[in-house]
Ligand binder design. Sequence first.
Ligand SMILES: O=C(O)[C@H](O)[C@@H](O)[C@H](O)[C@H](O)COP(=O)(O)O
Length: 266
Amino acid sequence: MAFSGVHRDRGELRIHESVEELSTNLADYIADLSEASVKERGVFAIALSGGSLIGLMGKLCEAPYNKTVDWAKWYIFWADERVVAKNHADSNYKLAKEGLLSKVPIVPSHVHSINDSLSAEEAADEYEFDIRQVVKTRMVCVSDISDCPKFDLILLGMGSDGHVASLFPNHSVLDVKNQWVSFITDSPKPPPERITFTLPVINSASNVVVVVTGESKAEAVHLAIDDLGPNCPSLPARMVQPTNGKLVWFLDKPAASKLQSVQFCE
Ligand SMILES: O=C(O)[C@H](O)[C@@H](O)[C@H](O)[C@H](O)COP(=O)(O)O
């Protein structure tokens, strides 16, 4: 690894020599969290995002993880989803199904995807209702601090504008405090209609991992992590601050190339 350390207030930074190394370390990290959670609670509740993340999780489908991970204990959710049919090329469900879920023995009833026959608003409401039912069964814990679900792991990617999930810069969805799942119909990244976990839900998780690769994200990584004093922008990725959970950034060297707070190990 090129660098590994804990930032004063932006969580742990893991900077990798290559995307290949990142993928292996990400699979190790997720497998370890799964093992710890299954040992402690008997289940592992994980929320996925879309984009390059799923491809970067691909090593989980290979040996040894395909055999050693207790897949039957996994409960799958989405931190955000595009409001399109499940077989549409833009669907995050389709992406995860093809890239991960169909390759490992996940229990189909443990996969909590959105209802793709509804409007964005209805789909968000129904998804929140679904999560509330799961919380009642304790397959997802509830935070003792906020009135929010406490996912064992929320995995996020980040756009070059600093968005995470479908929380985009300067969007009113960033202010939603009293809902678990919200919706937008004007996403700057297509497609326009999406549902998304709100910031309070993301920040209530036990673990949040943000996975970012490539030089085009370097400026956003710098703005999301470095100490910028009063000039600090209100980037969605910077608002990811788990209250009682652990935040880890999985970066490759190009994505980390503008970080001021890091000296690479030679
Ligand atoms: O559905 C989505 O669009 C997302 O969940 C989104 O938040 C994504 O994770 C980032 O845009 C990063 O995507 P890339 O890694 O592909 O750049």
